[in-house]
Write a protein that binds this ligand. Structure first.
Ligand SMILES: [Mg+2]
Length: 368
């Protein structure tokens, strides 16, 4: 692919409103934008989606920078590749650190698509021209949650996800259902429960939820298989699935009926597509989750969600869900509940240079 240079940009922006989960509150977001340039001066972009602290996975912005700077970029420099899928194989010699790998791998996909004068969506096999958009309600009180739902409904969102934990689950969901009996609603627990809470979780079958996401711990693939047999509500796995092998095991054990595929969590688009293909063949529904990310990552998610197996609305919301001004142009918009899949080459979005300058913390250049 004749890589000539790579730049890493660390950026930071405050969220428009705090994002609450039982694991903590996110009020500002650091992120890493990965820019690869080839010898013809064509650019590709990826985004590292690790958070500043390891609350979601073990990675952080600092560990990602270390792995990119000291391991992955030198590895790529020493082993020139012809296709992004070779990067995925090359990076398998490094254990985990999936978000660091994904940031670089996805930049290579964008570059590869642009070199082939094709959209990223079509080069990975996407078939949809628009994708249904869902949104996450992450409020600190039921009053705020209801207010957010009202706003998001007026903006056309097609699926609503509410963060739950054992201290508020039944009461919050009952209140939402009292106001919105037919809302396409799901719950995300981010591992707030154990199998001891099985009766609590069974009670949530009352609310006709689309699914309950990641009720048990990250390593609880076996426990989720016990839980799923007891629940009418489909279980969706998120944090538990960090590789194709995790997805295969979870499906074989009957641990879930749905998988949330986040390319950042599974080391990039190649692995994400592999999980999609496996699920598609077996009738397991998938959707694309969010990481409170910037437009570069969202644009990759849009391309991924254009694959035929993404039958459920994901967390792909508009740029204005989290940001006063995103780092891409044009910004991502939701129109009547749908996001249009770009047909331009690569990601189909450009970096907003001015906004990038405004939110830049540090940058680092690597010459090949
Ligand atoms: Mg989740």
């Amino acid at each position: 692919m004749n890589i000539d240079a790579i730049q890493l940009y660390v950026i930071k922006m405050p969220l428009k409103s705090p994002f609450h989960t039982h694991l903590g509150t996110v009020t500002e977001r650091e992120g890493i934008i990965v820019e690869v340039r080839d010898s013809d001066g064509i650019f590709g972009y990826g985004e590292g989606v690790a958070f500043s602290t390891p609350w979601y996975t073990e990675e952080t912005v600092k560990t990602s920078l270390h792995i990119l700077t000291d391991i992955l970029i030198p590895l790529l420099k020493a082993n020139p590749i012809e296709h992004p899928k070779e990067a995925s194989a090359l990076f398998q010699t490094v254990r985990r650190n999936n978000m660091a790998k994904a940031g670089l791998e996805m930049a290579l996909w964008d570059l590869y698509a642009k070199r082939n004068l094709t959209s990223l969506a079509s080069i990975i096999g996407g078939t949809r021209v628009k994708i249904a958009s869902g949104v996450v309600v992450a409020a600190d009180s039921i009053v705020h949650a209801l207010r957010q739902i009202e706003t998001f409904l007026s903006e056309g969102y097609q699926r609503f996800k509410i963060k739950i934990n054992p201290s508020q689950d039944y009461s919050v969901l009952a209140e939402i259902r009292r106001h919105y009996p037919d809302l396409p609603l799901m719950a995300d627990a981010n591992s707030a429960y154990t199998l001891k809470d099985i009766d609590r979780l069974k009670a949530l079958d009352d609310f006709n939820l689309l699914m309950i996401e990641q009720p048990l711990d990250v390593d609880d693939i076996v426990e989720h298989s016990i839980l799923q047999k007891e629940l009418a509500t489909p279980v969706c796995l998120d944090e538990s699935i960090v590789s194709f092998e995790d997805a295969r095991k979870a499906i074989e054990l009957g641990s879930c009926k749905v998988i949330n595929i986040k390319p950042g969590r599974v080391a990039g688009l190649f692995e994400a597509k592999k999980i999609h293909d496996y699920c598609y063949e077996r009738g397991i529904q998938v959707w694309c989750g969010g990481m409170i990310e910037y437009g570069v990552s969202k644009a990759h998610n849009i391309a991924l969600a254009s694959l035929p197996g993404f039958t459920l609305p994901g967390d792909i919301s508009a740029s204005n869900r989290f940001w006063d001004e995103d780092i891409i142009t044009p910004e991502i918009t939701v129109d009547n509940g749908y996001v249009t899949v770009p047909s331009q080459d690569g990601l189909g979005f450009s970096l907003n240079e001015k906004r990038m300058k405004d939110v830049l913390l540090t940058k680092k250049a690597f010459r090949f």
